[in-house]
Design a protein around this ligand. Structure first.
Ligand code: ZN
Length: 245
């Protein structure tokens, strides 16, 4: 049986127009989150969140920019996992949707894990300033470059959803009680992206196809899609220490 817990690892203040052209240009709060899956083959972590350096230094990664990090001490992923009785060494697999600093910020905290990332994403992100390698391009870490859809554990599968970046991937989880859910990563920032089939991305053609793919994976039931940065949607979900089963 798979159990899924979702927890905030911080947040950002960002203009909704960054997510959807029709959105407001006034900055608003958007959560950043990760998920832990307990499976028959061990603990799987989806995304590693923001690095705790941002608690005291919100500008630590990019300096003053269009995006302001908001992070509390309790948001640090190791602290969040501890409240679930999980130590970093208890995590056997990490799936990164992609390697931006709010999704891979704590990869270095999991040197015992295998990191599942699409091969073309690893190649794309390497050396790029907007994918700061300090958080993920670390010699001790074990990356498993993956190509296409791939099973991570029984009932857990990565599915490529490019558009935000080449090789971006989402996680499909088949739960016994809740049914199939998708953790979209930045393939869908907000529920409105899914509803409208529109999103602001570097490759909007690929991104629209990815939105359609994600919807089709759950039979258009948008309540089964956990989008990456939607405060209103996030507030409606169950949060750790509650579990989806
Ligand atoms: Zn991103």
């Amino acid at each position: 049986m798979i159990e899924l817990a979702i927890f905030r690892t911080g947040g950002v203040e960002i203009a909704p127009s960054s997510f959807l052209s029709a959105g407001s240009s006034e900055k608003a709060y958007a959560p950043v989150w990760s998920a832990l899956l307990r499976t028959s083959e061990g603990n799987i972590l989806f995304d590693t969140g923001l690095h705790p350096i941002h608690i005291d230094r919100p500008d630590a990664t990019f300096g003053p920019s269009a995006l302001k990090v908001v992070m509390a001490r309790e948001d640090a992923i190791v602290a969040r996992l501890a409240t679930l009785g999980v130590r970093p060494e208890d995590v056997s697999v990490v799936v990164n949707s992609h390697l931006h600093f709010d999704h891979a910020g704590n990869n270095g905290a999991f040197p015992k894990a295998t990191f599942v990332v699409q091969a073309d994403h690893l190649a794309f992100a390497k050396g790029k300033p907007n994918f700061p390698g300090v958080y993920w391009d670390i010699p001790e870490l074990t990356y498993l470059p993956t190509t296409g859809r791939a099973r991570v554990a029984p009932g857990v599968e990565v599915v490529p959803t490019p558009g935000h970046a080449p090789g971006h991937q989402s996680l499909v989880v088949d739960l016994a009680e809740a049914g199939r859910v998708v953790l979209s990563g930045d393939a869908a920032f907000t529920r409105e992206n899914l509803e409208r089939g529109e999103i602001r991305q570097p490759d909007e053609t690929a991104a629209k196809e990815s939105l359609a793919l994600i919807r089709s994976l759950v039979g258009d039931d948008l309540d089964r899609i956990f989008v990456s940065h939607d405060a209103a949607a996030f507030a409606r979900w169950r949060h750790a220490p509650e579990w989806y089963r």
